[in-house]
Design a protein. Sequence first.
Length: 364
Amino acid sequence: MIQGLCGIGAYYCDAPSCLFQYGPACDANQTPSGLNTSSVPRPKIGDVPYGVSIRACNVPGKVALTFDDGPYIYTSDLLDILKARGVKATFFLVGNNGGKGQINDPKTGYPSLIRRMYNEGHQIGSHTWSHQDLSTLTQGQRYDQIIKNEIAISDILGFFPTYLRPPYMSCNTDCLADLRDLGYHVVNYNIDTLDWQENYSNSQNIFKSALQSGNPKTNSFISIAHDIHNHTVHDFVPLMIDYLQAQGYTTALYGECLNDPPSNWYRYPSVASLATKPTTSISASPSSTHSTSQTATPTVAEGGESAFGSRTGDRTTTTQGIEGTAVAIISNSMSEGFKGYGVTVLGLLAILGGHLMWTMSSQQ
């Protein structure tokens, strides 16, 4: 007998509480529009490890403010506050949770908000498609959670992040191995403000105590909060900024905390972007198609290694767009990831084939 929630409406059908394995109507089972990213090359470049939980900032005197679970109705206000204070933060986005709708659906207003987030200098990371506990999922389900969020984010920005924070910070050995194969830095924190409990007196004490225990000449911190809570955005964030500055700290993006160049923070899914590295800002247009304007922003890197598929070679895509021989070649060849540029050709063929199939199907 299968035990669980049965019913209709938000309580039963909104992720992450819905039982997506059994309920087809669960929004976790929706697939976002956009180019399938499953065969995007994923080189493991730079000095920051992949598939390893990272919880320390390497730059003394820095505090990385990070926010999970958005975007949400308070995120715009948070961006206003950060802009007014000259502070940059890192946002780990969930693609479709809490009944908010898909983040790349123009009707939600989230695409323009996320473009604004990037253009104002904040770092964007992934927090999966629908906030499932990755340690409890099969490998196929984990890939589904990660790839779907890539599709949604790249549909908005033209690229997707290499930084991912697992929901509930739950990521067992198999999960870490999968995230390494997919080319992700697994990001943790060393100040858990517990703001989700909405006891803001306690959250303030946690944050203040952590900073008081250190010295800006030798210590640094990574905090976690959530931009889905009203009091976090409007009360707690201003306090955190005031307090860290009063203690002699300054803010940093997560990648900056790890001395990782911005060129390593994102990957590009389109054929054109694999050949040309954009260095321009993202248009704030609400359209789901992305464009660029001639305003300089942090550069990002193209790739050279494919990484969609299981380590045992039996993984096939569960999302739209890429089917058939190209993806089978990549999946069946996947053990620890191709080491060389031959796979780039396969990746390009897969992207071309998937894009053509998606275009044809969208016209039917």
